[in-house]
Design a protein around this ligand. Structure first.
Ligand SMILES: Nc1ncnc2c1ncn2[C@@H]1O[C@H](COP(=O)(O)OP(=O)(O)OP(=O)(O)O)[C@@H](O)[C@H]1O
Length: 551
């Protein structure tokens, strides 16, 4: 307080001293003029005042002439005789005059955005958004507004994204209703969407087959403005889907598989595992392997089968490299495991812990390295707690989806421990739990709010039937190999499985030792046998899959 008073007193002294100084100079000037002109005090005062007014008028006149020249008035008034062009000339002169005013006063500001960005700290107090660099467009169906604008030099869209919550608040919206992205032209361009209502208040219609085929990636969700959102490329990242029970994990994953079959047709191989027959059973007929089991050993056997495939593909790639041939194209494989937490449970014994550690290592390797040779893993869990799914496995996922979870800890398990330090994070607990399928999609860099697509069952069945039919046609065109002969034989007999000891002789392998026969048969078919309740042998589905894989 004392310091403030002292500063005020000091300022008063300074101003008084300044005023006395100015008066002294003015008196000196007047005395000098009086001396030079030899006039009296009254006449000197009147002469000086008159001269100052004349100078002021001259300055104003020069400014007006400059403005007229900039407005092009001299040309329009001098040459136009008809009234309409003269009017147009006048209007033009006025707008140009405004422009000239702008040149003097600076460009107009977008007051609403400037206020929101300054208040939120996204731009500095002395900065502003230019009105001619901002466009506000209403979204269709009254969904809200889209703001496209440039932030001042020295700022980027990231400054706005980092303050998304504060900007939303300043605009009278919520963080959940606001999405900030980089605009197309430069880092200074911001593309911001602000919804009028909470997101996904109304359901969006699922995309048609044509829309899915036209999409650049593999769709699985809608954005908050109703656009289709997808994974751009399966080879770029495995996907981890977490959320509490009944939040929509399976619905979203089914949408992804459906769209993947639409995009890849018969060229997609899926391996599916879920605790009990549930959502994934819809694709059992299309799957190379479908398991309804919560047993860790079944999960492990699938992981090992895929690791084996991964090694084979690596060998093929290396061989091609050695022979200076292009890298072979591998069929895309999707491995989807529901409620993976069940498969990492250990009984606590030394043996159990060792077994779990082996599985963690194997599955982490599959998630990490599979991508390079066309194997993409999708894991789902309804238990996003630190211990349920091992962190070594979780850390391998670049893409994550978190549906509704109630706490920050669960969100960090689902989206990564550094998620809340990323640019513009969205807290999944803020989502409306009653809107199922709603989630945060984090691609490793930025997050966006999405809602999984829910396809009607008849649409999914049509996709499944279409792929089955196309596969059938593909198998018909397969060359006459032992594999094709085995398929034909089973189809002619109307059977869906056959024991090795029966199939071998039917294909001309006359070997009395069952072990040797089995080996020769599997080498000829290029498929290993399965052990089922009816014995050791082959199912028709497995052989058909193998024929497709080879084709
Ligand atoms: N996008 C959506 N639109 C409308 N309803 C949805 C959506 N997603 C999910 N649902 C509905 O929510 C319910 C739960 O969905 P789903 O079975 O996919 O959840 P989940 O998380 O897999 O459940 P759980 O963990 O118990 O297996 C279902 O009735 C489903 O139809």
């Amino acid at each position: 307080m004392g310091r403030k008073k002292a500063a005020q007193d000091e300022e008063l002294y300074a101003q008084t001293a300044g005023a006395i100084g100015t008066l002294a100079i003015a008196a000196g000037c007047l005395a000098a003029i009086k001396d030079k002109t030899g006039l009296g005090w009254g006449a000197t005062l009147a002469l000086t005042a008159g001269a100052l007014v004349a100078l002021g008028y001259l300055a104003w006149k020069i400014r007006a002439v400059v403005k007229r020249l900039l407005a092009g008035e001299g040309i329009t008034t001098g040459l136009r005789s008809d009234s309409a062009p003269a009017q147009a000339g006048k209007a033009g002169a006025e707008t140009a005059e405004e422009a000239a005013d702008d040149l003097i006063a600076g460009p107009a500001r977008d007051e609403e955005l400037t206020h929101a960005l300054v208040a939120s700290g996204a731009i500095g107090k002395d900065q502003f958004v230019r009105a001619d660099e901002s466009v506000v467009t209403p979204l269709p169906h009254g969904l809200g507004q889209r703001f496209e604008f440039k932030v001042p030099v020295g700022r980027t869209y990231e400054h706005v994204a980092a303050k998304a919550g504060e900007v939303a608040g300043a605009l009278g919206a919520t963080r959940l209703r606001t999405q900030v992205e980089r605009g197309e032209l430069s880092e200074r361009d911001v593309d911001m969407t602000v919804l009028a209502q909470p997101p996904f208040t109304h359901a969006f219609a699922p995309p048609t087959k044509e829309m899915i085929l036209a999409h650049e990636g593999i769709p699985f969700a809608h954005s908050m403005t109703g656009e289709v959102v997808g994974i751009d490329d399966f080879t770029k990242g495995a996907l981890f889907v977490a959320g509490m029970t009944q939040t929509g994990k399976s619905t979203l994953t089914i949408a992804l598989i459906t769209c993947a079959f639409i995009a890849y047709g018969p060229d997609l191989d899926v391996y599916l595992i879920e605790g009990k027959p549930g959502a994934l059973v819809r694709f059992e007929k299309l799957a190379i392997r479908y398991e309804a089991s919560s047993s860790a050993s079944v999960f492990d056997s699938m992981v090992c089968e895929l690791l084996q495939k991964q090694r084979e593909r690596y060998d093929l790639d290396n061989e091609a490299m050695r022979e200076r041939k292009p890298k072979p194209r591998h069929r895309q494989i999707l491995f989807i495991a529901d409620e993976v937490a069940d498969y990492y449970v250990s009984d606590g014994s030394a043996e159990g812990r060792k077994e779990r550690a082996r599985m963690v290592k194997n599955s982490s390797e599959l998630v990490r390295k599979g991508l390079e040779c066309g194997i993409t893993v999708i894991m789902m869990t309804q238990r996003p707690s630190d211990r349920a799914v091992p962190v070594e496995v979780r850390d391998q996922f670049k893409r994550r989806i978190c549906l509704y979870v109630s706490g920050k800890g669960s969100a960090e398990v689902a989206l990564g421990s550094d998620y809340f330090k990323t640019q513009s994070p969205i807290h999944p607990a803020l989502m409306d739990a009653s809107i199922q399928g709603q989630g945060v999609y984090f691609n490793g860099v930025s997050s966006r709010l999405i809602r999984g697509i829910r396809f009607p069952d008849d649409f999914i069945w049509r996709v499944v039937d279409d792929v089955l039919e196309r596969r059938g046609k593909r198998i018909e065109s397969v060359p006459d190999t032992p594999l094709k002969k085995a398929i034909n034989l089973m189809q002619e007999r109307g059977i869906d499985h056959i024991r090795s000891t029966e199939l071998g002789p039917a294909l001309g392998i006359n070997e009395p030792d069952p072990g040797k026969l089995g080996k020769k048969l599997s080498a000829d078919l290029t498929v290993s046998p399965e052990v089922k309740s009816w014995g050791r042998g082959y199912t028709l589905d497995r052989l058909k899959q193998a024929a497709l894989t080879d084709s």
